[in-house]
Design a protein around this ligand. Structure first.
Ligand SMILES: [Zn+2]
Length: 59
């Protein structure tokens, strides 16, 4: 199952969940129970910046 990094728009809680895409719509914040969740893409962003800097250093 895919791993999602989510953030609650109401209380600002960050959490990760392992669910199918269908179940993702039913998710609620574990802290306040809100359904206003936004998906975060931290891993993608960090990976891109890291590899770019390494290439620069070698050239
Ligand atoms: Zn919340």
């Amino acid at each position: 199952m895919p791993n999602y990094d989510l953030k609650c728009s109401d209380c600002g809680e960050n959490f990760s969940v392992f669910v199918s895409i269908k179940e993702k719509d039913k998710l609620t914040c574990p802290k306040c129970g809100s359904k206003s969740l936004t998906q975060e893409y931290k891993n993608v962003r960090v990976g891109k910046t890291g590899s770019r800097r390494r290439c620069r250093g070698f050239t």
